[in-house]
Design a protein around this ligand. Structure first.
Ligand SMILES: Cc1cc2nc3c(=O)[nH]c(=O)nc-3n(C[C@H](O)[C@H](O)[C@H](O)COP(=O)(O)O)c2cc1C
Length: 665
């Protein structure tokens, strides 16, 4: 396929004073790629710069928080720190501006444009005494005139610093949980003075901020806002009201672009939509805005964002008049080079985002320290500089045998083959993919199969000798005469053997159910001893087949390891499927007609009956027997164990582990 097939996507667009080289936009994503608090270090430049080099035309990088400093007369704990959070940029520090300048040079060297998002988060102060985020229980401080004045001016301050650093555009963040949003929303703005009222009055704060930016920087920067197409919140604005507000803002003639998304940062829907949402599900909001703004002069460009992971869809959105520019954030996290690959017709080489939301979950609630950006399928993310240093072609090509074609095995094979090794990949199943194939069978998770297609395509492209339906033992490996072996034989479901009755015939494994290897009766009890997606996926798989499901879960709530951007949708789906969840319970004993549970935190026991089947979702056990044998035997120079065969964790860990082994062989 040639780039002519993407003629809309790769045509440049003039947005105010800025010429955007194509329609692909990295809207702002605060993935915390800098390792230095308050600075934009070389990791930041490597991370976002890779997207510019990879062909993304618009680089929104990470938000600038204007919260710090608060006015001197109202010191707050936030005002005392470097930034709002340790990894956030302190935009007023001259060193930060210098970093930004270097970053802009990097972006410009790829012919892309750099956009700065200006954000006031508002957990502590707000137009009215109403919690801004539904998840918060505290009443914010109500802003007075002086405080409003102070905040308005910081937008102009931020824009001026951005301009001097070489940015091409700025965007006022008026969506999500920001201060500007809380002025726009009827749910959070209950004021009766000049800042509140109907839709045309509530836009005053945003209009004032835009005016002040224009007064400070003139027409030298492209100026826009990010706004939600609808609030999805009780008492919030709907799309008609949003259109009225946007029209009113547009009429002032200050806008060069409007960046539209939908959803909030907790609950459902989330503005970082996971695989449960259709691609570009909220595209109608873009289309309506485009129609409303069409007659304006100047006519603001419309940017639409939300689960677009594919250049074919992006092309359609621009061609069909849904939007002028397409936000593709996670598409670029999964594959920073996807735009160049599309332009060059290398579509099969694109690693498509599977919308697992590991990136935002990790960025919003880091599980690791020091924090690095993470992606389930792209092992390079957050480690760009390390890869740059370590990646080299093999000086002597080796014969490498990889056993197991799950994520870890495929990544080890892929990276080793890229480096010039001769790789044989042995897989006992009919397809590559391992656990991904099981996960992809759950409702709303079919996008996980995209990664299987990617690995299959890569194996062909790189000449990896893939041998399917090939069970392996020590002898079979020796017969291949390898210099290096990677054992990536995965894990098997854990059976809590110490529980009496666990081997009764009506007790089956979740993985077996999902693969059609085990069946259940109509009334199913899921015994859940994991806190991520597996239990909800198995539950939904069963309700989809007409089963009545109750979950007995070991901890405080189902999916307690799923961060706030995604958990809402998971729990909503459980509600809609009619799955009943009983938390804080562990299995104690199974009998033919009943089972006994014990409190996770005390000794109290409970008896349950009336279930036809018990389905276990209790984690998995590593399978490293072959590795142990090879190590003990000692005849092969390099032997590695990868992914779940070492320790069963999540996708990102399997990907990263396999790829790292491919890097050092
Ligand atoms: C890790 C991460 C951090 C984000 N941070 C911000 C942010 O600071 N400001 C913002 O407006 N949107 C933020 N977003 C939302 C993105 O701009 C975008 O709207 C969202 O990812 C949906 O687009 P996609 O489906 O192309 O990924 C973030 C998204 C991710 C994945």
């Amino acid at each position: 396929m040639s780039s002519a097939n993407f003629e809309h996507l790769f045509s440049p667009l003039q947005v105010g004073p800025m010429r955007v080289p194509n329609r692909i936009c990295e809207t702002t994503n605060t993935i915390n790629s800098s390792m230095m608090p308050g600075r934009l270090d070389e990791h930041f430049v490597a991370h976002h710069g890779a997207k510019a080099r990879g062909g993304t035309g618009w680089i929104g990088s990470e938000t600038w928080l204007l919260n710090s400093p608060f006015p001197p007369e109202m010191p707050d704990e936030i005002g005392l720190s470097v930034g709002f959070a340790s990894h956030q940029a302190a935009y007023q520090d001259p060193a930060f501006a210098e970093d930004m300048s270097k970053f802009c040079d990097e972006v410009h060297s790829s012919d892309a444009v750099a956009i700065v998002q200006l954000t006031h988060l508002n957990s502590v102060w707000s137009p009215s005494p109403v919690p801004v985020i539904g998840a918060q229980d505290y009443t914010p401080h109500v802003m007075g005139e002086e405080e409003i004045e102070f905040c308005l001016n910081t937008y102009a301050d931020g824009a001026e610093i951005a301009k001097n650093a070489g940015a091409d555009g700025v965007e006022i963040h008026c969506a999500h949980e920001t201060l500007a949003y809380s002025f726009l929303s009827p749910a959070t703005n209950r004021r009766s003075d000049q800042w509140g009222g109907g839709p045309q009055e509530r836009v005053r704060f945003v209009l004032e901020a835009l005016k002040r930016i224009r007064a400070r920087v003139g027409d030298s920067l492209a100026l826009g806002i990010r706004i939600a197409g609808t609030e999805f919140r009780q008492g919030g604005y709907d799309n008609m009201e949003m259109r009225e507000m946007l029209y009113c803002i547009g009429e002032a003639g200050l806008l060069d672009f409007v960046d539209i998304d939908a959803g909030h940062c907790w609950g459902a829907p989330s503005y970082v939509p996971n695989s449960y949402y259709a691609h570009a599900a909220f595209r109608e909001f873009g289309k309506a805005a485009k129609a409303d703004l069409a007659e304006m002069d100047p006519k603001p460009a419309v940017l639409f964002t939300g689960r677009v992971n594919d250049p074919v869809l992006a092309e359609e959105l621009v061609r069909d008049g849904i939007c002028d520019l397409v936000g593709m954030v996670r598409a670029g996290i999964a594959d920073p080079e996807f735009a160049n690959k599309a332009r060059e017709g290398r579509l099969a080489e694109i690693r498509r985002c599977i919308a697992c939301t590991r990136c935002i979950d990790e960025a919003s609630e880091p599980a690791t320290f020091p924090y690095t950006p993470t992606c389930s399928i792209n092992p390079v993310i957050g480690k760009e500089l390390l890869w740059e240093q370590q990646y080299q072609m093999a000086s002597t090509p080796k014969n490498v045998v990889v056993v197991g074609g799950g994520l870890a095995g495929c990544e080890a094979a892929r990276v080793a083959a890229m480096r010039g090794h001769q790789v044989i990949l042995l897989e006992q199943g009919k397809r590559l993919g391992g656990q991904l194939l099981i996960a992809a069978r759950a409702p709303g998770r079919d996008s996980f199969e995209d990664q299987v297609y990617f690995e299959e395509n890569e194996m062909t492209r790189l000449g990896v000798d893939v041998r399917l339906q090939t069970p392996v033992d020590l002898e079979a490996i020796r017969a291949l005469n390898p210099d290096a072996v990677v054992i990536a034989t995965g894990s098997t479901p854990r059976v809590p053997n110490d529980i009496p009755g666990i081997d009764l015939p009506h007790v089956v494994q979740g993985w077996d159910v999902m693969q059609g290897k085990a069946t259940t009766g109509d009334r199913v009890a899921i015994i859940s001893m994991e806190d991520y997606y597996e239990t909800p996926c198995v539950a939904e798989y069963l309700t989809d087949r007409g089963k009545q499901v109750e979950v007995f879960h070991k901890s405080v709530h189902l999916g307690s390891d799923i961060a706030r951007y995604s958990i809402g949708m998971v729990l909503k789906r459980m509600e809609e499927c009619g799955v009943n969840v009983h938390p804080n319970l562990m299995l104690k004993e199974v009998r033919a007609d009943s089972f006994e549970l014990v409190s996770s935190w005390g000794d109290k026991t409970y008896r349950r009956e009336g279930f036809d089947s018990l389905v276990l979702v209790c984690g998995s056990v590593p399978q490293h027997g072959l590795y142990d044998q090879l190590k003990a035997e000692g005849s092969i120079a390099q032997v590695y164990v990868a992914g779940s065969a070492w320790v069963p964790r999540r996708m990102a860990e399997a990907t990263s582990h396999g790829a790292s082994i491919g890097l050092v062989i």
